[in-house]
Design a protein around this ligand. Structure first.
Ligand code: GLN
Length: 202
């Protein structure tokens, strides 16, 4: 049976991830509330703006679409990750998964043993695309799009670094958590999506 893949759709480029999964023959669901996570086997947290999603998460919890018996969505995601659900955060998604965001106390899920430096490559105008060496994907290099991207600067021994760049690293895995500082969903190269799908037990 095909797994149920959720894409957190509070903010950011969730549609682009759905399109990539579609091209690989997988259906996905947009997730906006914690109860929608119930039947999800894997989750993608897209790119966007981490300070905004943290505010939206907070506002959603306090004021809008949360039933009395529903817990905040970051807490619900945390529970699912701790119970083994594969999760992949791209750019903003990687920031909310990180335990440490340099110099910031903004809201987060905070389960992965990495430090992130937000906007490490400069502003929107300094966004870049490079051919990135990702050994687990083989050759050729991956067309990695960085948009106000973070750099991962520190990690614990439990973190497997999958791609290094610019004095830090930009793709890593810790158990069922995968992060990329760049945006595979904005390319036509399906290899990182396929790599993530391979980690889901079917
Ligand atoms: N700069 C954004 C942040 O700090 C992330 C940008 C992105 O997801 N493309 O949240």
């Amino acid at each position: 049976m095909s797994p149920n893949i959720g894409i957190l759709a509070l903010q950011g480029d969730f549609y682009e991830h759905a399109r990539m999964l579609d091209l690989l023959g997988y259906r996905s669901r947009e997730i906006r509330r914690s109860k929608e996570l119930n039947n999800i086997d894997a989750l993608i947290i897209p790119g966007g703006e981490s300070t905004t999603i943290a505010k939206l998460e907070d506002a959603a919890t306090k004021f809008t679409f949360t039933d009395a018996d529903e817990i905040p969505i970051f807490d619900a995601i945390k529970e699912k990750i701790l119970s083994g659900m594969p999760v992949w955060g791209t750019c903003m998604g990687s920031i909310v998964l990180a335990k440490d965001i340099e110099g910031s106390s903004q809201g987060r899920i905070g389960l992965m043993d990495i430090s992130v430096r937000r906007n490490a490559f400069g502003s929107q105008r300094q966004s870049l695309e490079i051919l990135l060496n990702i050994p687990v994907l083989g050759q050729p290099g991956f067309p990695a799009v960085f948009i106000r991207a973070p750099l991962f600067t520190k990690s614990s021994n439990d973190v497997e670094i999958l791609s290094e760049y610019d004095g830090g690293f930009v793709m890593a895995k810790q158990n069922n958590m995968l992060v990329t500082a760049f945006h595979p969903e904005l390319t036509s190269d399906l290899r990182v999506h396929q790599y993530f799908l391979n980690t889901i037990h079917q």
